[in-house]
Every structure is written in C-alpha cells, then in structure tokens.
Design a protein around this ligand. Structure first.
Ligand code: FES
Ligand code: FES
Length: 210
C-alpha cells in the first residue's frame, strides 16, 4: 500500500526572508561576482540600486552615541560588526537567525535582532547596545531590577532581555503583568527565568525607570 506523502510545510516568516531581501529593502546590492558576458540572474540588483562588495567597503555605525568608521564586507551582520569589530560583546549570538532575542539591540528606539540586520543597513540609525545602557558603568534601573528579582541564571540571554525590557518600558510605561508577558515574546530563556524577568519589568516600570 502506498503511503500518503506529507503535506509540504509553509516556510516560517523568518526563514522566508533572505539576506538578499534585506539588501533590496536597503536599496543596496552586493556584487555576486558576475563574469563579463554572463547573463544577469533573475535576482540581480534592481535597477538604480548601488552595487557594493563583495570586498570590504567603508561603513559608519553610530553606536551608543558615537560614530565608528569601519571597513566591512557588505555581508557582515550588525551583530558580528558589534562583537568582532567594536568589541561590544554584550549582544550574544545564539540562534543567529532572528528567533531567540539574545542579540537584541535598540535601533532608533525599537528593539531589533542584530543578527537579522546587515551592518551596512544599520548606517544612519542610532544603535544602543547593553553597554550603552550602563552610563559611566552605573547600572540602569532595569539592570538593578533584574538583580533585585533574581531574573537571571546562566545569564547568557540576560543582555538581550535587559535591552528588550528597556525598550519595552520606554514605550509602555505602565504595563500589566499580562502586557509584559505578551510584549516580551521575542526573547527566549533556556533557564526559564521568565517569572523574574516579568517581575523586574514591573518593578522598573513602577519606579519609572528603564
Ligand atoms: S542570535 Fe539573534 S535572535 Fe538569536
Ligand atoms: S538565564 Fe540562562 S538562558 Fe536565560
């Protein structure tokens, strides 16, 4: 008897969005190294888009209030640029595909996954990392609330959570516990510190601090 074939699964949104889609969105395209005379592939740079790469190009990133001049290949993600070129290792690489939230940074006031953004696309935006939240080495109210509520165990996901929670409270100054639960759905913790994290967000919101 023939077995029924499994129904093909639809790709999840994160998987469906390729890095090339990001480049198109940014109006920049990376050279695919076409040989002279070769026909352009169907996914070639849209007309009018500037073609850069595949070698290093000058890139300026504004991170924690300061501009940084870098020379990077256009394929380098914001996360790798922060960690490998700027020595800002607070944002962690875990899934490297926009699922876990460990690499969260704030871009123009919104929390984003740094592994899902190319450094070249992040130009012209204000980026804040966990390092930028501790001004002059002083813990931010959210960081203190994490400590007060025992909201970390191994701590690997913690920088991403603190950044996401900071951005969340800035936008939702008076959240309920249910709001917090829904609002932080983009960050995962394998140690299961969710109860402590929610309590920390409520404490930081109550004291009007992020
Ligand atoms: S490392 Fe970026 S979302 Fe997981
Ligand atoms: S505290 Fe260990 S993964 Fe979150």
């Amino acid at each position: 008897m023939r077995r029924k074939r499994d129904k093909p699964q639809k790709p999840r949104p994160n998987e469906a969005l390729t890095r090339r889609d990001f480049l198109k969105g940014a109006g920049v395209a990376v050279s695919g190294g076409l040989l002279a005379g070769q026909a352009a592939p169907a996914n070639a740079a849209p007309s009018g888009a500037e073609v850069v790469g595949p070698g290093s190009v000058p890139i300026t990133l504004r991170v924690n209030g300061k501009p940084h001049e870098l020379s990077l290949e256009p394929r380098v993600t914001l996360l790798d640029a922060l960690r490998n070129n700027l020595d800002l290792t607070g944002a962690k690489r875990v899934c490297d595909r926009g699922v876990c939230g460990s690499c969260t940074v704030i871009m123009d006031g919104k929390p984003v996954y740094a592994c899902n953004i190319l450094a070249i696309e992040a130009q012209g935006h204000n980026i804040t990392t966990i390092e930028g939240l501790a001004e002059e080495g002083k813990l931010s109210p959210m960081m203190s609330a994490f400590i007060n509520n025992d909201a970390q165990q191994c701590g690997f996901c913690t920088p991403g959570f603190v950044v996401a929670c900071t951005a969340y409270v800035q936008k939702h100054p008076n959240p309920s516990r249910e709001d917090v639960e829904k609002g932080l759905g983009g960050n995962l913790c394998r140690c299961g510190t969710y109860m402590g994290v929610r309590a920390a967000v409520l404490e930081a919101a109550k004291t009007n601090g992020s």
